[in-house]
Design a protein around this ligand. Structure first.
Ligand code: 6PG
Length: 238
């Protein structure tokens, strides 16, 4: 199996249908817990809605699925900006996932304390304070990509991109709202990273990321396992 693969689709509907099928099969093929890191932003919303449709949701053993977030805006959980809120309304509220399997980034305290608390949540789930090569934290890590090539909340030129020590970081002063993001080592600790991108606005960023251009954070994601690109033709530049 080639470690890096691109899947290019006519449109977003086809992209999310195939990705939902792939994810469902991936969960079924895994016995025991399945750690899925969700991306924020708008692109993944139709994927989450599709997974929540009854005939699809019934094909997933939600009791084994644990949901995490690759990044979060430091806003209340009911804020329209919240990545947790988007996933909750699109999927979580409609599927039989045990509440204890949903691990949102804390929205209280300070961005720094929330990042530290989230790292503790991840370490507790993982069972060790050190990420081990060959034992990924996530089974699947879904990532979006910004027009500027950011991913999660790792923005081009930001110091947090260079953090190879922590699992999470607070990102303050880059966007209007403070963010909490997984660092590259945590994002890379995945059996599979799936980038999903659609629309021609993403074309340049996707091209640089697929070329592993170190000038864009998305180009520096190098998972332990597979790296999959789920793109529509516009984002793929076809
Ligand atoms: C966020 C995301 C971010 C997102 C990209 C793409 O919190 O905004 O995690 O990394 O994936 O900005 O966003 P769109 O899917 O809305 O284009």
């Amino acid at each position: 199996m080639d470690k890096e693969q691109s899947c290019i689709f006519e449109n977003t509907a086809s992209l999310v249908t195939h990705l939902a099928d792939w994810l469902t099969a991936r969960i079924a093929a895994c016995d025991g817990r399945f750690a899925l890191a969700l991306s924020g932003g708008s692109t993944p919303k139709p994927l989450y809605e599709l997974l929540a449709q009854p005939e699809r949701a019934s094909r997933i053993d939600w009791s084994r699925v644990h949901l995490f977030w690759g990044d979060e805006r430091f806003v209340p959980y009911d804020d329209p900006q919240s990545n947790y809120r988007m996933a909750r309304l699109a999927m979580i509220d409609h599927v039989p996932i045990p509440p204890g399997n949903v691990h949102p980034v804390p929205a209280d305290g300070t961005p720094e304390s929330a990042a530290a608390a989230y790292a503790e949540t991840l370490r507790e789930y993982y069972g060790s304070a050190r990420l081990e090569a060959g034992r990924p934290l996530f089974d699947v890590n879904l990532l979006g990509i910004g027009d500027d090539g950011h991913t999660a909340s790792l923005f081009p030129g930001a110091p947090q991109v260079e953090d190879t020590r922590d699992w999470t970081v607070a990102v303050v002063g880059v966007k209007p709202e403070p963010r909490i993001s997984l660092t590259l080592p945590a994002l890379d600790s995945a059996a599979a990273v799936v980038f999903l991108a659609a629309g021609d606005k993403k074309r340049t960023a996707v091209s640089r990321a697929r070329a592993h251009d170190p000038g864009v954070p998305s180009g520096r994601v190098r998972p332990q396992g597979e790296l999959l690109w789920y793109l529509d033709r516009d984002a793929a530049g076809e």
